[in-house]
Design a protein around this ligand. Structure first.
Ligand SMILES: Nc1nc2c([nH]c(=O)n2[C@H]2C[C@H](O)[C@@H](COP(=O)(O)OP(=O)(O)OP(=O)(O)O)O2)c(=O)[nH]1
Ligand SMILES: [Mg+2]
Length: 127
């Protein structure tokens, strides 16, 4: 099965990184992740990620370098996650399509229940 392509944002503030919580009623509800989502047809990964950050958090952003690529098999479908370094350009972060957001020191990420596919992203952040 071909993976679903998902983009995810690495947004930093000092020593911290932004994580967001999935709404309780959604798939993987209540777990934490990096904001982002599935790519739409005919969208570049950068366009898709900027759209997701607008939809989920209400912010304008700039997508920078690729940070990590992860292939992970969930029981229903595999995902290919493209994580990019991003810069917050404008707008106050709002919990529009997420239930919470938090700036977390990279050394404290282990305290959160983060989606299992994100382990390589966390490992790289902690290097
Ligand atoms: N955004 C994001 N998705 C992740 C991460 N790690 C991870 O396994 N995923 C998975 C969870 C989901 O199965 C999939 C993203 O799908 P999603 O349902 O959140 O996509 P979306 O934001 O486009 O939301 P929707 O329109 O489908 O409701 O990727 C991550 O760090 N960030
Ligand atoms: Mg999403």
């Amino acid at each position: 099965m071909l993976p679903i392509i998902v983009t995810a944002a690495i947004l930093r503030e000092g020593e911290t990184v932004l994580i967001t919580r999935r709404p309780l009623q959604s798939k993987h509800g209540g777990l934490w992740e990096f904001p982002g989502g599935k790519l739409d047809p005919n969208e570049t990964p950068q366009e898709g990620l900027r759209r997701e950050l607008r939809e989920e958090l209400g912010i304008d952003s700039e997508v920078g370098d690729i940070f990590e690529v992860v292939y992970f098999r969930y029981p229903q479908t595999p995902v290919l996650i493209l994580a990019y370094e991003c810069r917050h350009l404008d707008g106050v972060i709002q919990n529009i399509e997420v239930s919470e957001h938090r700036w977390v020191p990279v050394t404290e990420l282990h305290r959160y229940d983060i989606l299992p596919a994100d382990a390589p992203i966390i490992a790289r952040l902690q290097r």
